[in-house]
Design a protein around this ligand. Structure first.
Ligand SMILES: O=P(O)(O)O[C@H]1O[C@H](CO)[C@@H](O[C@H]2O[C@H](CO)[C@@H](O)[C@H](O)[C@H]2O)[C@H](O)[C@H]1O
Length: 654
């Protein structure tokens, strides 16, 4: 009597489809709870550990929802990988399948047997059986028939040709096809989410001295910003500003007559987050600015700060949208130890724990309103002080209508919170760059950002400074430190930015904090953008290199190399497919020169240690050869605090 094959816990089919093992899939964020990030048109590397029992030959492929397959290649130690490309921004997914490759195993083993002089008559019968299982589409039927004939005639050599291997890899039978249990979610962004250069200015400061700036004044500043090579122009909030508890200069708790107030204290009788400050102009003026910027390939980014001044119209219209204290008064906002006396807190959840749905919907509509006015880049103020489900919902809702929307998270908070915000959908994240200054700190931080799992979902935006952060390093660095910090921000990260004044090496600070003296957050600021000592040439140069060198796009290609001085950060950005290879030396010490030895990474090009490689100095334009691996270089804070080299390896030169 045969044993009972009605297995209680699995069907036979199921057991067949689980014979292969596919594990440690990458990218896969929290088991698929969150989408990994990709960029439309950029290759996404997919990999997994794939193996099966015995000494069989295996094969695997990444499968997209349209059924298209990209074959994975064996890398090492049961790791397989390939690249796939998504063309359109929006939600996407992939699956992975693996199978036993019957023909591959047959060909490998038969070749060995023939080489050992063994008889392969039975193997030829096996070949005929495998060929009979192949399913040839019209165009390949003839080739398959030829293989069947060869098997019948005992022509092993024809069966073992590379052409036969390729044909059978395409159409040969797949045994025990195993598929990962769930598709892997991916969010596909447009390129600017991963590769952008932001310039921040206060529109109210864009006018001539002594007058409140307007959107029309900003139109006149567009050429300046575009000429520096930026592609996103970002404004702190542009809405009506409250007068109750208005802050005065230098964060004074009382404003003096004429003080303009913090633009983050949003809301006045003229309106809230969907109105513009009357002194800036009208919505029509704003639309004109967006259009003029677009003509210069500049995208406008707005600050979405969920702050209400006590004068915000919603306070009367929607009293239940605000947090209240037991005595019925509204709670003022804070980000301890900072206190924001000029703003109050919104209420995200009701007392019964359910979302304050009308308020959530109203915030969504703010984003949609500005998207309707051509704004698809949003810098979100303090997102970590608002609930995560709220952001996840908002981002999903906005993206459903605008898959190209970009959300930059301004969360200077604990690392895991920053990462969670990136997982739930923020496309870009502010980082700790402004506080990472030594070679060790920078290398360690960049290694984390580029190689750990967070690289699959978190995209740093390296701002050199912000209206809130006047970096300690620059208080005493002088111009050399401004130059190197800008060059590093722009070359270590795909996204970078600066807040206006950095290009003029502004360093007046308000001790003991890393804040600006006479901060523009509380007053208009008029600058001479041509004042001597600026670093505009450095900014133009690095933004031009970013635009022209494909190696600058995906920051995960960053590699550090050896330089014999701990004050010199030495790194490379290579894009082999595009033939773009850059090396950077940056002198971190803004006060003293360095003369050091460094290694040209000839090994990256398969060249021997005594090989030679062509190089162009991107600062001065001269080209020459580096012969051999070891070289010396001098950097001087005042003459040349950094060097950028473009390599031309021998193949590329030919
Ligand atoms: O709390 P962070 O350091 O992340 O700063 C962000 O949010 C602050 C609150 O929106 C904002 O603070 C500024 O606006 C406040 C409200 O008007 C005002 O009380 C603060 O003095 C002013 O700094 C900060 O600019 C923003 O980046």
């Amino acid at each position: 009597m045969s044993p009972d094959t009605k297995f209680t816990n699995s069907s036979l089919e199921d057991l067949a489809q689980r014979r292969m093992v596919i594990e440690a899939v990458s990218p896969l964020i929290d088991g698929g709870r969150f989408a990994a990030k990709a960029v439309a048109g950029w290759p996404l590397a997919v990999s997994a550990d794939i193996f099966g029992d015995g000494h069989e030959v295996f094969a695997a492929a990444v499968v997209l929802p349209d059924g298209s397959e990209t074959r994975m290649a064996f890398i090492d130690n049961d790791r397989w990988g390939c690249e796939v490309t998504f063309d359109t921004p929006g939600p996407a997914r992939f699956s992975i399948i693996a199978w036993r490759d019957l023909w591959g195993a047959w060909a490998r083993d038969t070749r060995k047997k023939i080489d050992a002089g063994q008889d392969v008559k039975v193997e030829l019968m096996e070949a005929a059986q495998i060929i009979a299982q192949a399913k040839a589409p019209k165009g390949e039927a003839k080739a398959l028939k030829a293989l069947a004939t060869a098997a019948r005639k005992g022509d092993a050599e024809t069966l073992l040709t590379p052409d036969a291997a390729r044909l059978m890899a395409r159409i040969g039978p797949r045994a025990n096809v195993t598929r990962i249990e769930r598709d892997v979610p991916v969010w596909v962004d447009r390129e600017r989410a991963a590769f952008s250069a932001w310039y921040e200015l206060f529109p109210r400061s864009a006018g001539p001295e002594g007058r409140h700036g307007t959107f029309r004044d900003v139109i006149d500043r567009l050429d300046y910003v575009a000429d520096l090579g930026f592609d996103v122009l970002y404004f702190p909030p542009i809405h009506p500003i409250g007068t109750t508890n208005r802050k005065g200069k230098n964060n004074a708790l009382r404003a003096e007559p004429g003080d303009v107030g913090s633009p983050y204290a949003i809301g006045a009788p003229e309106g809230g987050m969907t109105e513009v400050h009357p002194e800036l102009g009208t919505l029509d003026d704003f639309d004109a600015l967006v259009a003029a910027a677009r003509d210069k390939d500049l995208e406008i980014a707005l600050d979405i700060a969920l702050n209400a001044s006590p004068d915000h119209p919603w306070i009367d219209e929607h009293p239940d949208w605000f947090e209240r204290r037991p005595d019925g008064t509204i709670k003022f906002a804070e980000n301890p130890p900072k206190k924001y006396e000029d703003i109050v807190n919104f209420r995200y959840y009701n007392d019964d724990g359910t979302p304050n749905a009308p308020f959530w919907a109203a915030v969504r509509d703010i984003f949609l309103f500005w998207a309707g006015h051509g704004v698809l880049c949003f810098r979100v103020d303090n997102p970590h002080t608002k609930p995560f489900p709220f952001w996840e919902w908002i981002i999903t809702e906005v993206r459903a209508q605008h898959p190209g929307a970009i959300f930059l998270s301004e969360a200077f908070t604990r690392p895991k919170i920053m990462k969670r915000l990136a997982k739930i959908g923020f496309n870009q994240s502010y980082t700790y760059y402004t506080w990472r200054n030594t070679k060790g700190e920078l290398a360690e931080y960049l290694t984390e950002l580029t190689t750990e799992e967070c690289a699959d979902y978190m995209r740093p935006n390296f701002f050199t400074n912000t209206p809130d952060i006047n970096p300690y390093f620059n208080h005493s660095s002088g111009r050399p430190g401004f130059r190197t910090r800008a060059i590093m921000a722009a070359s270590l990260s795909g996204n970078w930015g600066l807040y206006s004044g950095f290009e003029l090496c502004e360093d007046d600070w308000l001790p003991p904090k890393d804040e600006y003296l006479n901060s523009e957050k509380y007053e208009l600021k008029h600058r001479d953008y041509d004042a001597p000592g600026h670093i505009k040439d450095d900014i133009r140069l690095i933004n031009r290199i970013r635009r022209t060198e494909p190696a600058m796009r995906d920051f995960r290609n960053l590699r550090f190399y050896n330089a014999s001085d701990d004050r010199v950060l030495y790194y490379g950005r290579f894009d082999e497919a595009a033939g773009s290879y850059l090396l950077f030396h940056v002198l971190i010490d803004p006060l003293n020169p360095a003369h050091f030895e460094f290694e040209v990474p000839l090994w990256e090009f398969g060249l021997p240690d005594d090989g030679s490689i062509g190089v162009t100095d991107m600062l001065y334009g001269n080209s020459f050869d580096w012969d051999g691996k070891s070289h010396f270089l001098g950097l001087d804070p005042h003459e040349r605090p950094y060097a950028i080299w473009k390599l031309s390896p021998p193949e590329a030169a030919e």
